[in-house]
Design a binder for this molecule. Structure first.
Ligand code: ATP
Ligand code: MG
Length: 454
């Protein structure tokens, strides 16, 4: 017990109701700043989530380093939590990615609560980071692509995160470089519980987790079949928020109807596109959102409309078979957008693809257009020069051309011409030359003109 705790205990007023005092208040002391859990010395609180409190802690051995220690709040079956973690521990240990925070250890505190020890990430949630630095849509997408890389890596190792949201994607600024790190791998699965009225709130009535990022299959009570596409959905919500500055479903309205309402919205309500959602908010809010993206509202709406709207909505498909099959496929589409290639989420219209081609090869096409115009201009100038220099020659050539044309017309005259020109019908000077004429199968005024010339 540290001096602080001893002082606090000694200062406890005498005659106070003994029930709540020593035992109840001792617990937070033992697991609070200054206390120790296993070989970890708790330094200060980093944050608090629905499931637990996260401390900055100092690991003493075998190496001395700063770590983040998350201790789970009471009310969970500790043994089951730990057992679930242990099933993934091996896979977690071999995850090696610059954008994945490592999980070092897990155990049971003396109070019996499970705790997890992970890499300390000195950063802030990705959405907060992007807004703080007024990152443009392109910069946000580049950052998001790193996150996709981290999740794809985990999926390849057979690990699904299950709780992707901005507070689990922290961004650290290191030597002017922005490095996103995904935290809570393995932890989210170990503490995950089905979405019911009982599990949605803590004993103190606080909301557990964040239903806004939960996929329809996770919200479905009867569905035990969760796969990597659940992370694609949650990534889609994070992307939506990074683009439009708001969630597809308003958190307040989502939560006001209880669990059943939450489930209904997640599983049935079609989200608006990010650009539409932006257009439906107050002018001040949307203008602020654009400012945070280093642009004005009209430009932002134009930027989101189309490709980015389609990409976000494809990730948010209720039916997971209609989502991107892998995080990599989603990343490729974002990369396509950034390099002006057609995105797979878009309807395959020819005009759309042509537009993309033009956008992609804008410089080359501009040069080509210039060349065509210059060539056209030069040809015209040469023609005009020739005409001016040889007026007679041109007139002669024209006359000769006229004669040639009238002769060829005589040879290929149609029956109608023959019929209409007086004296031409059946004349020896104009023998019927066409096949139709020879056979007498042409029509004149609706009746077969057989042997008109015979
Ligand atoms: N590895 C870490 N390094 C640094 N800070 C962390 C780390 N893990 C968590 N935190 C901080 O602690 C806060 C609480 O984290 P925690 O995972 O308990 O909750 P959450 O992810 O916000 O929500 P929930 O518990 O509902 O899933 C985070 O918002 C973050 O600020
Ligand atoms: Mg977390």
């Amino acid at each position: 017990m540290n001096p602080d705790q001893i002082n606090k205990l000694l200062s406890w007023p005498l005659g106070n109701d003994a029930e709540g005092a020593p035992t109840m208040s001792l617990e937070p002391f033992a697991e609070g700043p200054g206390g120790q859990i296993g070989r970890y010395k708790l330094l200060r609180v980093l944050g608090e989530g629905g499931m637990g409190i996260v401390y900055l802690a100092e690991q003493m051995q075998p190496v001395r380093r700063e770590v983040a220690l998350k201790i789970i709040k009471p009310g969970m079956d500790s043994k089951r939590v730990l057992a679930r973690f242990e099933t993934e521990e091996q896979a977690l240990a071999i995850m090696e990615h610059p954008h994945v925070a490592r999980v070092y250890d897990a155990g049971l505190a003396s109070s019996g609560r499970p705790y997890f020890v992970m890499e300390y990430v000195k950063g802030i949630p990705i959405t907060e980071h992007c807004d703080r630095y007024n990152l443009s849509i392109e910069d946000r997408l580049h950052l998001f692509l790193h996150v996709c890389g981290a999740i794809q890596h985990a999926h390849q190792k057979g690990i699904i995160h299950r709780d992707l949201k901005p507070s689990n994607i922290l961004v650290v600024v290191q030597d002017d470089e922005m490095v996103p790190k995904v935290i809570d791998f393995g932890v989210a699965r170990a503490v995950s519980r089905p979405l019911t009225e009982r599990t949605l709130y803590t004993e103190q009535g606080q909301l557990v987790g964040t239903p806004e990022y939960m996929s329809p299959e996770q919200a479905d009570l009867n569905n035990q079949d969760i796969d990597t596409r659940t992370d694609i959905y949650s990534l889609g919500i994070v992307l939506y928020e990074l683009l439009a500055g708001m969630l597809p479903f308003d958190p307040q309205t989502l939560r006001e109807g209880g669990v059943e309402h939450i489930r209904k919205v997640i599983c049935q309500e079609a989200p608006k596109t990010p650009s539409m959602r932006l257009g439906r908010t107050s002018t001040e809010e949307s203008a602020e959102c654009a400012r945070r993206r280093h642009t004005d509202l009209r430009t932002l709406q134009r930027q989101l409309c189309g490709d980015l709207d389609w990409i976000a909505l494809k990730a948010l498909e209720k039916d997971r078979t209609r989502r991107y099959a892998t995080v990599e496929a989603m990343a490729v589409d974002i990369h396509n957008y950034l390099t002006h290639q057609p995105v797979t989420a878009a309807p395959p219209a020819l005009l759309y693809r042509a537009g993309k081609f033009v956008r992609r090869h804008r410089q080359a096409l501009a040069v080509l257009t210039m060349m065509v115009l210059v060539l056209g201009g030069v040809s015209l100038a040469i023609l005009m020069f020739v005409r001016a220099a040889f007026p007679g020659g041109c007139a002669d050539a024209h006359r000769k051309q006229e004669i040639r044309r009238s002769r060829s017309e005589d040879r290929t005259a149609t029956p109608q011409h023959i019929c209409r020109s007086p004296g031409a019908v059946g004349s020896r000077a104009n023998p019927p030359g066409t096949e139709g004429l020879r056979r007498g199968h042409y029509r004149v005024g609706g009746s077969r003109g057989k042997a008109v010339w015979a």
